[in-house]
Write a protein that binds this ligand. Structure first.
Ligand code: MCN
Ligand code: FES
Ligand code: FES
Length: 914
């Protein structure tokens, strides 16, 4: 133990700390300053940033033993408070620089340290600073963060009035389509919003802390689990194994297609008979502290019979491969596509031009800065309540209740403020684990993954191995497409069939291709399980068709823009699923891009040198908003006695902006009331309190839940309208809460909406799976260093049609952040090597200097008849195909066609040498 005297935010602290404790743990656990977040815990992300005696420091790797006597520490709490925001915090809000907000306190502290030493930085100096200090953000694409720092610096230098950072409500009081800040922004920029790990520190003392016993092999039979030594370790309360689980001990994906050869009950909560992938949980040690739990977990002995591990789809498909789930073939689902005429005779014709290639998009990791976290307890009504980062509370309740052996009405799921998920939380992760532990111990149980566990034991993007062929006439009109692909979905089948269907829905999307034949298959492997990842299936599908499009253009001697323009959806076109598009924005966007594209090509030609080759690449992006078929949602609006209105939904917030999504949509629908937006409240999802709004996946919420909110608000207006009165039949206004109560009328109004035109795809992938789509055209400008093979993306342009925009800050932010993830997917991100790819730098996390500061987004707000106030979705559009534009740019720059991602420098260099 060491006694330490130091100052935090000007207050003297005199405390005793453990010899090896870090500053971050002392601030959070001993001083209760939870504004300082812990993301990676390894010095790679900067979310734990503080200032020590004027120096910006990552507190998670700073040992207390090093702290000088009397040191002065500034944390986010010392920079500004909700009632007294610092200009940097105000600038963050103004620019929408906090999405999930988990990185925000660290960034703001870092920006303060920068501006204290350099009050007048250039944008590049700001970027250099964040790069050097490893401030990482997964949501924003960094541009809004630099915008915020530049504005804050101006205010601090006295060149801008701090009031200019405030949002000013327009004269008509309307916030729809504006840059109104999201309601959670103040909590995020001040570090006062509690995320899962913060809530754990504020739990009652009897809370147990869990550590997982995990497999260190990828495939094995379990012959024994010996917990005897571990049970004797200090602080251990109970070690939970499969024997303690009351129910089926399986998580189900719920909807398994009838032609799926598995039954969907293949994912254990705690492994009983087999290990299916590295990191699989076998036991949960529950102890008085995480440290004791983790030490005891090391002592649990597993007796395993190691089996051959099939780490890719081709390996698991080999003749001699054993069944990973005995009784179910490793290839457990097949999806065909059949549109128009047979394609074989078309490809055989002598007057057609064809292109064919093989493509691979790999196991992109989601890499939220906040690792997975949650807790469970039995509440005063005897219900099991589980708090997590779930982005589908009602869905997950149904997926885990039978496995736990809990009646659905005795189970409650709640979403905590979340530091990003990007889709990995479409699958339950630790919910059933903490649930089982709470049931087995009768205590609240908390589980906070390390960042390594986040990488190794949550789902990943499923790799697609694709072969694709195009046939076109000599003028470049597409005549036919053939596809053949295998999806490596890891060991667990949940949503694997659906993902495979996405392949047939989005390969070739954006173009009118009259004749298509193809087949995709879902393959069970022993690598990381496949979960949803932003744009779900389309980055794999569109990478193939968008790179092949360039190959076809080259064979035809056509420009990549012209061939896209020739084939883009127009009235009379149909999508690969035979559906008529609901918006024909693609040709407009391509036309509008043309002058920018010509300029970009000119810049590339003029900027290239013998060593540095510049190029321009294009891609088209399309994705649906919703779950297949007639998706729908539910919402409720509650009038409150104090004149506020609560928009009650289970719209889960990953960080994308469910709060402002709900409020912006409701405010527009309630405009006749003349209510000011600060009188509208939103809800955190809770299955016991909120209607079933469905999961926040598939970019569906603005459309589905937005419509349910609109309907609920319209019902409120109808039910509360006072009769028109007087000679001119003037509007009588609307009843207040008190008036409704006095009249014995309800004060809550339900709204339900479903997409009646939707029709799920048939066995040939034909149907109308989504009523609304998002459309975009990406242009990447890249530089390839021909000596190292390294690619830099200099500039990105996106032409974007997401319908009418609810909130511009949000939509811009979604686009910048998604594009940044696309650049990562193209150049660096992977989770193939389980050890090497378990850290942020190891997995190729894009830091600020990997992402261009120059990102331009141009909107084509085509009104959607089925969208609330004309909106489509946006969340996933920016990650549909930006990576394809980067790869096409590399070819344009130096003649290297990378078809298997990521385009690591050594891969580009090897191809250059060839
Ligand atoms: N929006 C808008 N105007 C439109 C369309 C949408 O202002 N015309 C706003 C919405 O109000 C909402 C946001 O944009 O705040 C996204 O809306 P939508 O496209 O409906 O998507 P969801 O709310 O269903 O969010 C999910 C989507 C998905 S599927 C993933 S994955 C994803 C994403 O959003 N993960 C994210 N964006 C993310 N952003 C962050 N920061 N973190 C994640 O984990
Ligand atoms: Fe400290 Fe990531 S750098 S938590
Ligand atoms: Fe930066 Fe989410 S806002 S990680």
């Amino acid at each position: 133990m060491i006694q330490k005297v130091f100052f935090v935010n000007g207050v003297e602290r005199n405390i005793i700390v453990e010899d090896d404790s870090t500053l971050a743990s002392v601030l959070r656990e001993q001083l209760g300053l939870t504004g300082t977040k812990i993301g990676c815990g390894q010095g790679h992300c900067g979310s734990c940033g503080v200032i020590i005696d004027g120096t910006y420091t990552r507190s998670c790797v700073y040992k207390m033993s090093r702290l000088p006597e009397g040191a002065c520490i500034t944390t986010i709490e010392g920079i500004g408070t909700p009632g007294n925001l610092h200009p940097i915090q105000k600038a963050w809000i103004r620019h929408g620089a906090a999405q999930c907000g988990f990185c925000t306190p660290g960034f703001i502290v870092s920006a303060k340290a920068l501006l204290d030493t350099n009050p007048n930085p250039t944008r590049e100096e700001v970027r250099d600073w964040f790069q050097a200090n490893r401030n990482a953000c997964r949501c924003t694409g960094y541009k809004p963060i630099v915008d915020a720092v530049m504005d804050a610096a101006k205010v601090l230098r006295g060149e801008m009035d701090v009031k200019d950072l405030d949002f000013v409500l327009p004269g008509d009081g309307r916030i729809w389509g504006s840059r109104y800040p999201r309601p959670t922004a103040v909590g995020k920029v001040t570090g006062t919003l509690d995320y899962g790990a913060d809530l754990i520190l504020k739990m009652p003392k009897k809370t147990l802390h869990a550590a997982l016993v995990q497999a260190k092999v990828s495939h094995a039979n379990i012959k024994g689990i010996d917990t005897s030594e571990a049970e004797k370790m200090p602080g251990v309360y109970k070690i939970v194994t499969h024997k303690d689980i009351r129910g089926k001990n399986r998580i189900t994906g719920l909807i398994t297609f009838p032609t799926n050869k598995g039954d969907g009950w293949d994912r254990p909560i705690l492994c009983d008979e087999k290990i299916f992938q590295y990191g699989d949980a076998v036991a949960i040690v529950c102890a008085d502290s995480y440290r004791n739990a983790a030490a005891a977990a090391e002592k649990v002995k597993l007796d395993l019979e190691v089996l051959p591990a099939y780490m890719s789809a081709p390996a698991a498909m080999a003749e001699d491969a054993i069944e990973i789930h005995p009784g179910t073939p490793n290839v457990y689902f097949t999806q065909k596509i059949k549109k128009g005429e047979d394609t074989a005779p078309i490809f055989a014709r002598s007057d057609v031009v064809t292109a064919e290639d093989d493509f691979y998009v790999g196991r992109q990791p989601h890499m939220p800065i906040e690792p997975d976290v949650g807790f469970a307890y039995l509440d005063h009504e005897g219900r099991l309540v589980i708090h997590s980062k779930s982005i589908g509370v009602h869905l997950h309740l149904a997926m885990i209740a039978p496995g736990l052996g809990v009646e659905p009405e005795k189970l409650v799921l709640v979403t905590n403020p979340s530091g990003g998920t990007f889709g990995y939380k479409f699958s339950p992760t630790m919910e059933a684990l903490v649930g089982a532990a709470a049931l087995a111990t009768g205590h609240p149980v908390a589980l906070n993954y390390t960042w390594k566990q986040q990488q190794q034991y949550t789902g990943k993007r499923s790799p697609f191995f694709v072969n694709m062929k195009f046939a076109a006439d000599r003028e470049g009109k597409l005549l036919a497409m053939e596809t053949d692909y295998s999806v490596d979905h890891g060991p667990y089948s949940e949503f694997g069939d659906l993902l495979t269907l996405r392949g047939t829905q989005f390969m070739g999307a954006g173009y009118d291709i009259p004749n298509i034949r193809g087949e995709g298959r879902t393959v069970c492997t022993n690598h990381a399980w496949g979960s949803a990842f932003r744009a779900y299936g389309s980055p794999q599908s569109l990478f193939s068709s968008e790179v092949l499009m360039d190959e076809l253009a080259e064979k035809l001697g056509m420009d990549p823009l012209e061939i896209r323009l020739k084939n883009a959806y127009r009235p009379g076109s149909t999508s690969p699923t035979g559906q008529a598009p609901e918006s024909y924005s693609l040709p407009k966007m391509l036309e509008a891009l043309r002058p920018k594209y010509e300029l970009a090509k000119k810049r590339a030609a003029e900027g290239s040198t013998a060593r540095y080759k510049k190029g321009v690449g294009l891609s088209v992006g399309v994705y649906g908003c919703g779950l297949d078929g007639p998706d729908g949602s539910e919402a409720r609006v509650d009038m409150n006695p104090d004149g506020t209105i609560t928009i009650c939904t289970a719209w889960e917030d990953h960080g994308q902006g469910a709060d402002i999504g709900a409020i912006g949509t409701a405010h527009e629908a309630l405009r006749p009331l003349g209510i000011s937006p600060d009188k509208l409240r939103f809800t955190w999802p809770n299955t016991a309190k909120c209607p079933n709004s469905g999961p926040a996946g598939g970019s569906r919420s603005q459309v589905m839940t937005g419509n349910a909110i609109r309907v609920a608000c319209e019902t409120l207006l109808k039910e509360t309208a006072k009769p028109k009165s007087g000679f001119f039949k003037k509007d009588g206004g609307y009843m207040t809460y008190d008036e409704l109560v006095a009249a014995g009328k309800p004060t809550s109004f339900a709204g339900k909406w479903s997409a009646v035109e939707g029709a799920a795809c048939d066995e040939n992938s034909q149907g109308k799976p989504f009523v609304i789509y998002m459309y975009g055209v990406f242009m990447a400008e890249v530089t390839v260093d021909t000596e190292t093979g390294k690619t830099a993306v200099d500039r990105m342009t996106l032409m974007c049609d997401c319908g009418k925009i609810n909130n511009r800050l949000v939509v811009d932010g979604q686009n910048y952040g998604g594009i940044a993830q696309g650049i990562g997917l193209a150049l660096s991100e992977d989770f193939e090597d389980i050890e090497k790819h378990s850290t942020m730098p190891g997995a190729g996390f894009p830091y600020i200097k990997d992402i261009p500061d120059d990102i331009e987004v141009i909107y084509f707000e085509e009104h959607r008849a089925d969208g609330p106030h004309g909106a489509a979705g946006i969340g996933e559009l920016p990650l549909t195909s930006p990576h394809a534009s980067v790869i096409n740019g590399i070819y344009n720059a130096c003649g290297v066609r990378i078809t298997k991602l990521p385009a690591y420098p050594e891969k580009v260099l090897a191809a250059l040498k060839k």
